[in-house]
Ligand binder design. Structure first.
Ligand SMILES: [Zn+2]
Length: 413
């Protein structure tokens, strides 16, 4: 979240990070390259863009990361090589896992100085974890180098107190995944994950951080004077000379419904990097013929989930999550335990535009204490005749116990 130009003598340190954002807005914009992409010596593997065909990229990974985040090794490998796929590069990776200690150190980039000497000589990237940040930062990459050597680290932050931690792709999809299987998912460009538990997807942050390690900049505004870590010579500039950012990219902030693919903007950014003469090395400069699958857009009602609902005899409240891409009408009905029947509720409400809401509260004061035990919400695309499966979704939730769970007694009105 912060660019930290730490200049003393021959040293230059750069921090790039991934930020958590609860919402996103559409900003027309394009790719950009990190300022480090011009200043780092092409002779070093400080950037993945400088790794040649016969080189092996050496990662030093803390064992506690392996233990606590199942499948993280393959996520790291895949995160490097998904970017590589779109420029025809396959990076050889070696992974050394060590019982590194956890650090509670604070400061601008404590982890790298703490971890780097503990890893084998020649390590290219240390991967570990840092204490929570006071800001919304969830991941961080740090680069430090002089003309002869460099050190680089990638960190995930410990969760903030309002977060429930991290979720790996294997955990989210409930299966073990190889590096190639992860790459295949991302190449297809047809999947989005909706995370209910207020957790963040490790893969999304790792992919963002690896974007920095390749040489790309952040596509969200930083809390610094310049507001960006993009090189103005390698980014899109608007009429006023400001760098245009792109909120939909993997290089933008992360959120609770990450796309399992790189955006067109990300792909354009890595290709522009691969085509820069200083990054070609012994790879092919022509990368445009590599096929890119079209993104298959989500259905109009992409995701709905009721987190919590209650009725105390007076007040009915509901807290739901929803991601929609069209105007939606929401209808409600309640299960009456005395009548053994669904009672349609005459009021409905509308979501006029598309929405990405992590917590949508709705409450209703009833005129008396009804024997309601369940609620059912029907989300419908607000268009006449729209009745196919992707356009109507029903979700049911318990209001209070005891509950009649006999589904077959429902009566449609
Ligand atoms: Zn970043």
């Amino acid at each position: 979240m912060k660019t930290f130009p730490f200049i003393l003598f021959m040293f230059l340190a750069l921090i790039s990070c991934d930020k958590h954002s609860g919402h996103s807005k559409m900003v027309k914009g394009y790719w950009g390259h990190n300022t480090s992409a011009s200043s780092v010596s092409p002779e070093l593997k400080a950037l993945l863009g400088h790794v040649k065909k016969n080189m092996t990229y050496k990662i030093c990974l803390a064992n506690y990361m392996v233990k606590e985040h199942p499948g993280i090794e393959n996520e790291l490998r895949a995160a490097i090589n998904i970017w590589g796929h779109y420029i025809g590069r396959k990076i050889n990776i070696s992974m050394t896992k060590l019982d590194l200690p956890e650090t509670e150190l604070t400061g601008p980039h404590p982890g790298k100085n703490f971890y780097y000497p503990l890893c084998p000589p020649g390590t290219d990237l240390v991967v570990a974890r840092l204490a929570p940040s006071d800001a919304s930062e969830v991941g961080q990459t740090v680069l430090r180098y002089d003309n002869k050597k460099f050190s680089r680290a990638l960190f995930l932050r410990q969760p903030h107190k309002d977060q429930n931690g991290w979720l790996t792709l294997s955990e989210a999809l409930n299966k073990e995944l190889t590096e190639d299987e992860i790459i295949e998912i991302y190449k297809k460009r047809d999947q989005t994950i909706y995370i209910k538990e207020n957790k963040l997807l490790t893969m999304q942050t790792i992919l963002h951080e690896m974007g920095h390690v390749w040489g790309l900049c952040d596509q969200y505004r930083l809390d610094t004077e310049s507001g960006t870590n993009c090189d103005p010579n390698f980014a899109s500039i608007n009429e006023e000379g400001h760098i245009i950012l792109h909120d939909e990219a993997t290089m933008a902030a992360t959120h609770w419904h990450p796309n399992l693919y790189l955006s067109d903007d990300d792909i354009e950014g890595i290709r522009q990097l691969a085509e820069r003469d200083s990054f070609v090395h012994d790879w092919k400069k022509e990368v445009r013929e590599i096929p890119v699958n079209e993104i298959s857009g989500p259905p109009p009602i992409a995701f709905v989930h009721i987190k919590k609902s209650s009725y105390d005899g007076h007040l009915f409240t509901i807290d739901m999550m929803l991601v929609t891409h069209a105007p939606i009408k929401v209808k409600m009905r309640f299960w009456n335990t005395v009548k053994n029947a669904w009672i349609n509720f005459e009021n409905s409400f509308s979501i006029p535009d598309s929405a990405e809401i992590f917590s949508f509260h709705y409450s209703l004061r009833m005129d008396r204490d009804y024997p309601f035990s369940k609620v059912e919400l029907t989300y419908e695309v607000n268009e006449t005749g729209a009745k196919d499966d992707s356009r109507v979704i029903k979700v049911e939730n318990i209001l209070r116990v005891p509950v009649d769970t006999d589904e077959h007694q429902q009566e449609n009105e």
